[in-house]
Design a binder for this molecule. Structure first.
Ligand SMILES: Nc1ncnc2c1ncn2[C@@H]1O[C@H](COP(=O)(O)OP(=O)(O)OP(=O)(O)O)[C@@H](O)[C@H]1O
Ligand SMILES: [Mg+2]
Length: 183
């Protein structure tokens, strides 16, 4: 399977299809190794910074691909659709409008072994509780959760139930994307 096929199966959107560890520049403020290691071990990863264009989604996508590879390479099963990119903005809208389809959408998310939730906090306000429910279900089913967010940690625990945030990070790492922006 080619990298391109993997990326398409994971539904990684076009602007992020080039995002791998190989073409990352710099050491991400010394945090690159921690992210790599967490990905290899299928630990959760939360990458946060208010600044935009700092490479949060880039690293999260790279981690998703890396996790898939390390998870399934020994099992001779390379189904990359078991790992999935979700835009929280989009998922939030879907959940908000879902009505009776809510369970169906959540079941679909749970079919994956690992989920990237890109831009936590960008969902419509009315969907926040549903997003929490999705995260909780992922946690309870032992799925890997990779999150990017523009919210600083105080706003994260203000907006979401702190227990939900703790659950994501108890088996994983928090990365403050405090490195300087690439020129
Ligand atoms: N250190 C870096 N090395 C290589 N590419 C980088 C680096 N930093 C940023 N980029 C590139 O810059 C672009 C913007 O990065 P990305 O979308 O990951 O930022 P972000 O922090 O997620 O921003 P936002 O808050 O808007 O979601 C991407 O094309 C990404 O590949
Ligand atoms: Mg991003």
């Amino acid at each position: 399977m080619t990298l391109e096929q993997v990326i398409i199966q994971m539904e990684i959107p076009k602007p992020y299809r080039h995002c791998t560890f190989e073409n990352w520049q710099g050491d991400a403020g010394g945090k690159l190794n921690d992210i790599l290691k967490a990905a290899q071990e299928r630990h959760n990863i939360l990458i946060g910074d208010e600044r935009t264009g700092i490479g949060k989604t880039h690293l999260a996508v790279a981690a998703l691909i890396h996790s898939w590879f390390y998870d399934l390479k020994d099992k001779y099963q390379y189904d990359a659709s078991l790992y999935r990119f979700y835009s929280i903005r989009r998922l939030g809208f879907q959940l908000d409008l879902a009505g009776i389809r809510l369970e169906e959408i959540i079941d679909e998310v749970l079919e994956h072994r690992g989920c990237l939730l890109d831009e936590l906090g960008a969902e419509p306000e009315r969907a926040t509780e549903k997003i929490e429910l999705v995260i909780d279900e992922l946690y309870l089913k032992g799925r890997q959760i990779i999150i990017t967010t523009n919210l600083i940690s105080e706003s994260l625990i203000q907006k979401y139930n702190p227990a939900i945030i703790r659950r994501v990070t108890e088996n994983g790492i928090i990365v403050n994307a405090d490195w300087s922006k690439r020129k």
